[in-house]
Design a protein around this ligand. Structure first.
Ligand code: MSP
Length: 642
C-alpha cells in the first residue's frame, strides 16, 4: 500500500433486499479493522460503507410487500445500520444510493460521459439474470445459467444506453501492467484479463426502460440508469464529487482500497476503472477481492435458507469473538467455511485460554503478590530478552500482514506473542519465586514484564477487537489504545496498578452450545413455528374465561382526535346497544362495516379510549398487509363462540 498520510477505504454498498448475513459482515469487519489500524498509525482515514438501493429486484420485492420501494428499503437499511453499530463498525460515512446528492451526481456523470461521446443509444439483446440484474453472452452463460449465481438466464431485448467499454480495453491492460499492486490477490488480474478482456470487451448496457426504480437518465426520462453505473459511482459521490462542496473528494480520492467480495471483481476492476478514465479521474490504488464465507462448501443464500445471522451470534457470544473468528478463520483472498464448532473452538482456545487466561492470571498474581501495584525495585533475569524479541518480531509481522490486508496472518503473528507470554509464566514460575522473600525484586520484574506484554497485546488487538482491548487496558489501569507505535516499546509504563475485572471470555461448553445453536437455527428456518411454540400454554379453564359472542355492527363513526379509532355500535343480542372502540380506522371505512357480523369479546373490562367508553373488543387479524376484521356470516347476534 502506498505510504501517504490519508487513507480512503470502501466496502461494497449492500443490497437492502434482505437482512444481511455473516458473509456480508466479513467485508465490513475487515474494512473496520484496517481503518482502525490506519487511524492508530496517524492516517487521516475515511471509511465508507452504504447501501445500493435501486433496481428491479427491489422494485419487485416492494410490490410483493405492498409498499413503495423507498418504504421497503428504508426498513432494511435501518436494520443494516443497526448491525454495523452492533458490530462496532467505525465507518465515517454511510451512503444510500437514494440520497439526493448521489442521484444528482450520477446524472451529472451520465451527462458528462454522454457529452464526451462515451454513451450512445442502442438496443440490447442478451441473456439476462434477473436476481443478479446482469446480462451475459452465450459463452458466459454456460448451459443457460448465470455464471455468478447459477440460476437460469432468460433471453431479453430492450432499447438502452450503452457505455463504450470496448474503447478502454487497451488502457485497462496498460494500467494493470504498470500497477502491479492494483489487484489483490494478484491472481485475479489473470482471471479478468483472460476471461473478459482478451475475448473482447463488449460495450456496457447502462440503462433500463423495463422498470422505474432507479435514477432517471437525464436526457431521456423513460430510462433509468442501470445499477452498476449508479452503484460504483458511490465511491466518489460520497466524497462530494460533482457537488458544491467537493473538499473530501479533493482530499481522499483516489481510494487506497476498494474492499470487495470476489464475485464483484469484474465490476470493480474493469467497469469502474473505465468509468473513471472516461471522467478523466485517477484510478483506485488497490482492489482487494476477498473470498467467501461458505457453509458446508456451499454459498450462503436466503433462497437456500442457510444464512447465518450475525446478530444472533453476537448476542450470544459477544461482538469481538465474532470479529475475531471472521478475521482469523478466513485466509487471505481464499474462501473459508463457517461452522459453529469452529467458532466455539476458536473462542475457547484462542480467546478464553490464550488471551483471557493470560490477563486474569497476571492480574490475579499482581494482586496477590503485591496488593495490586508492582514495586519499582526490580531485577531482570533469564527469558526477559527473548520475550522482548518476540514482541518486536510480532510488531514487524503484524504490520507487514495488515499492510497487505492479510488479517488472519496478522492475527497469527500477534497470537505467537500471546503464546510466548504464556510460556514466560511457565518458565519464570512466579508462584515458586513468591515463596522466598529474597526473590521479590525478580518477581516484581516478572510481573512487570507480563503487564507490559499485555499492554502491548492490547495495542496489537485494538484494530481487530476494540472492545476487548479496552477491557484489558482497564484491568491494567490504562485508557484506550490510540497510538499503534506503543506496541513497539517494551518498558513504556513505569509501573502498573491493576484493577481486577470480570472474566473477559468465559469458557464455553462445546456440546451444549452446539445444541443451543442448532435449536436457534431451527427457529430461524421456521420462525412462525418457533413463535407459536414459544407462547405460554393455557388450560381450557383459562380459555373458558373469555366470553366470545357474535355481534352485528349497527353503527360506526370515526373518533375525533384519534386517527386510528372507530366507534362501533353493536347489537350483541341483548336488545341494548353496546359501544366498542376499535383501532381499525386506517383499514376500514364505516360503510364497509355497517351490517357486518363480528366476534365480540364481551367480558373485557370497560376502558375509556380517547373519550369513548369501550365495552369489549372485536377480533381482528394482524396480517402482513394490515389489520383484517374477522367477519362471521349466518350467526345470530348473541350466539356464544368457543
Ligand atoms: N450491491 C452490490 C455491490 C455494489 S458495490 C458498488 C452487491 N451487494 S451484495 O449485498 O450482494 O454484496 C455485497 C458484498 O457482500 C459483496 O462484496 C459480496 O461479495 C459480499 N458477500 C456476499 N455474501 C458473502 C459471503 N458468503 N461471504 C463473503 N462475502 C460475501 O454485490
Amino acid at each position: 500500500m502506498e505510504e501517504s498520510k490519508k487513507f480512503y477505504i470502501t466496502t461494497p454498498i449492500y443490497y437492502p433486499s434482505d437482512n444481511l448475513h455473516i458473509g456480508h459482515t466479513y467485508s465490513t469487519v475487515q474494512a473496520d479493522a484496517i481503518s482502525r489500524y490506519k487511524r492508530m498509525r496517524g492516517y487521516d482515514t475515511f471509511f465508507l460503507t452504504g447501501t445500493d438501493e435501486h433496481g428491479q429486484k427491489i422494485e419487485d420485492k416492494a410490490k410483493a410487500a405492498g409498499v413503495t420501494p423507498k418504504e421497503y428499503v428504508d426498513k432494511i437499511v435501518a436494520g443494516i445500520k443497526d448491525l454495523w453499530k452492533l458490530m462496532n463498525i467505525s465507518n465515517d460515512k454511510f451512503i444510500r444510493t437514494t440520497d439526493e446528492y448521489h442521484e444528482k451526481a450520477v446524472q451529472y456523470i451520465f451527462q458528462k460521459m454522454y457529452d464526451k461521446g462515451d454513451i450512445y443509444l442502442g438496443s440490447y439483446e442478451g441473456l439476462y439474470c434477473k436476481p443478479c440484474e446482469s446480462f451475459w453472452t452465450e459463452t458466459q452463460a454456460v448451459d443457460g445459467k448465470c455464471p455468478d449465481c447459477g440460476r437460469p438466464v432468460i433471453k431479453a431485448s430492450e432499447q438502452a444506453y450503452f457505455f463504450r467499454l470496448s474503447k478502454y480495453a487497451d488502457r485497462l491492460l496498460e494500467y494493470y501492467d504498470s500497477h502491479p499492486d492494483f489487484f489483490a490477490p494478484s491472481m485475479r488480474q489473470a482471471e479478468m484479463v483472460n476471461n473478459f478482456i482478451k475475448p473482447g470487451l463488449q460495450d456496457l448496457c447502462i440503462s433500463r426502460s423495463t422498470f422505474k426504480w432507479g435514477i432517471p437518465v437525464p436526457i431521456n426520462p423513460d430510462h433509468v440508469i442501470y445499477v452498476w453505473l449508479d452503484a460504483l459511482t458511490n465511491y466518489i459521490t460520497a466524497l462530494g464529487y460533482a457537488s458544491e462542496d467537493d473538499s473530501l473528494f479533493k482530499k481522499f480520492w483516489p481510494a487506497d482500497v476498494h474492499l470487495i467480495g470476489k464475485d464483484i471483481t469484474r465490476f470493480h476492476t474493469i467497469y469502474w476503472p473505465a468509468f473513471l478514465m472516461s471522467l478523466d479521474l485517477p484510478l483506485p490504488e488497490k482492489v482487494y477481492c476477498h473470498g467467501w464465507v461458505l457453509l458446508d462448501g456451499g454459498k450462503m443464500s436466503k433462497s437456500k435458507g442457510n444464512v447465518v445471522d450475525p446478530v444472533k451470534l453476537a448476542d450470544r457470544y459477544g461482538v469481538d469473538p465474532l470479529r475475531y473468528y471472521l478475521l482469523r478463520e478466513v485466509a487471505f483472498g481464499a474462501d473459508g467455511i463457517f461452522s459453529n464448532e469452529n467458532l466455539i473452538n476458536r473462542i475457547n482456545s484462542d480467546l478464553a485460554n490464550d488471551l483471557g487466561n493470560l490477563v486474569s492470571r497476571t492480574v490475579a498474581m499482581v494482586d496477590k503478590y503485591f496488593g495490586g501495584t508492582i514495586p519499582e525495585q526490580r531485577e531482570s533475569g533469564e527469558f526477559d530478552d527473548d520475550l522482548k524479541a518476540v514482541a518486536a518480531e510480532a510488531k514487524i509481522n503484524a504490520e507487514k500482514y495488515l499492510d497487505s490486508l492479510n488479517f488472519s496472518e496478522s492475527l497469527a503473528s500477534i497470537w505467537k506473542f500471546i503464546s510466548r507470554t504464556n510460556k514466560y509464566i511457565d518458565e519464570t514460575a512466579p508462584w515458586a519465586l513468591a515463596k522466598d522473600e529474597s526473590n521479590r525484586a525478580r518477581l516484581a520484574q516478572v510481573m512487570y514484564n507480563l503487564c507490559e506484554s499485555i499492554r502491548i497485546i492490547s495495542v496489537f488487538i485494538a484494530p481487530f477487537l476494540p472492545e476487548t482491548s479496552s477491557k484489558i487496558r482497564a484491568q491494567l489501569g490504562l485508557g484506550e489504545a490510540t497510538d499503534w507505535e506503543e506496541c513497539g516499546v517494551f518498558g513504556k509504563e513505569e509501573t502498573f496498578s491493576v484493577v481486577k475485572g470480570e472474566i473477559i471470555f468465559p469458557r464455553l461448553d462445546l456440546e451444549k452450545e452446539l445444541e443451543e445453536l442448532a435449536s436457534l437455527n431451527k427457529a430461524a428456518e421456521n420462525p412462525l413455528k418457533a413463535e407459536i411454540e414459544g407462547v405460554a400454554k393455557i388450560g381450557i379453564d383459562d380459555f373458558a374465561k373469555v366470553d366470545l359472542r357474535a355481534a352485528e355492527i349497527t353503527g360506526c363513526v370515526p373518533v375525533k382526535k384519534a386517527k386510528k379509532l372507530l366507534e362501533l355500535t353493536l347489537n350483541d343480542g341483548t336488545g341494548e346497544p353496546r359501544t366498542v372502540a376499535s383501532g381499525i380506522a386506517l383499514y376500514y371505512k364505516p360503510e364497509d362495516l355497517i351490517g357486518k357480523k363480528v366476534i365480540l369479546v364481551s367480558n373485557l373490562k370497560p376502558a375509556t379510549l380517547c373519550g369513548v367508553e369501550s365495552k369489549g373488543m372485536i377480533l381482528a387479524a394482524d396480517s402482513s398487509d394490515g389489520v383484517k376484521v374477522i367477519f362471521v356470516d349466518g350467526v345470530e347476534p348473541g350466539t356464544k363462540i368457543r
